[in-house]
Design a protein around this ligand. Structure first.
Ligand SMILES: [Zn+2]
Ligand SMILES: [Zn+2]
Length: 263
């Protein structure tokens, strides 16, 4: 993975590389968990309250996917971060190996899998607030915050060759729908690992009274499904639920528009 300011980017264990896709679930090459802006505003050590803005945060030099306020916080969090850190490093290595093996055949513009992955990361970052808003409305969190424990928003995107070099237009949303978390566990090991990761994040966040965590399961063939978590979600009851969340999401992404309001 390229360097990133996301601090909660975390990889789940990688699935095996597959050259042929016989079933929908088998097109996955690699899985990982990219981060959420909301989660990265503070030191990666959950017990530390330091926020970006108060104090400069520094990336984990190894995976560059999490930030800490100090060496002490990094050391204190290493036990929790170790698996993610290794998975993120493995993730990039696997994409590079897949490129060497010629698995990128068929990607537009002669793009490698590593490049596709980097562009997707850029797009997720650009649309982070929009994606979070879509998740809040799709899951109807203003009605009941606990629905984040029960549902995921599954979003399928495809690369756009007509992106005009605009980060927000790099991908198009083809599909977006709610899935039940527990029944998704039966979809295979990638899902089990990803769901375990979300639940771990959510439990940690709720125990520290930092709000709940909801997530998108993002798919972009031939990359694996990846999890985009959104944290610090607290009482959302004043918000009026947008029933047209799907149309709003698709339209805003299509226009490559930077998020201002969910409309
Ligand atoms: Zn800290
Ligand atoms: Zn790391």
């Amino acid at each position: 993975m390229s360097s990133s300011s996301n601090s909660f980017v975390s990889g789940t264990s990688s699935s095996k590389l597959r050259k042929t896709a016989s079933k929908e679930e088998e097109i996955d090459v690699i899985t990982r968990t990219p981060g959420a802006q909301k989660l990265n505003a503070k030191c990666g050590n959950m017990s530390c309250a330091a926020r970006r803005g108060d104090i400069p945060l520094k990336h984990c030099a190894r995976c560059k996917t999490i930030m800490y306020c100090s060496r002490e916080c990094q050391v204190a969090h290493w036990k929790d971060h170790k698996t993610w850190c290794n998975n993120n490093v493995d993730h990039l290595a696997e994409l590079e190996a897949a490129d060497r093996d010629g698995l990128n055949v068929g990607l537009p513009d002669g793009m490698s899998l590593v490049e596709l992955d980097q562009r997707l990361e850029k797009w997720v970052k650009y649309h982070n607030s929009l994606l979070m808003a879509a998740t809040i409305h799709a899951l109807e969190l203003p009605r009941d915050l606990k629905r984040s424990h029960q549902y995921l928003l599954r979003v399928r995107v495809s690369y756009r060759t007509d992106n005009e070099g605009v980060p927000g237009k790099l991908f198009r949303v083809d599909k977006a729908f709610l899935v039940d978390i527990q029944s998704s566990r039966s979809k295979g090991p990638v899902w089990v690992q990803s769901i375990d990761e979300i639940e771990r994040l959510r439990t940690e966040s709720e125990e520290k009274r930092l709000g709940t965590v909801a997530a998108i399961a993002l798919e972009c063939s031939p990359l694996a499904m990846q999890i985009v978590p959104f944290g610090s979600l607290r009482d959302l009851s004043p918000l009026r639920i947008q029933k047209e969340w799907k149309e709003i999401l698709i339209r805003n992404v299509e226009n490559g528009k930077r998020f201002t309001r969910f409309e």
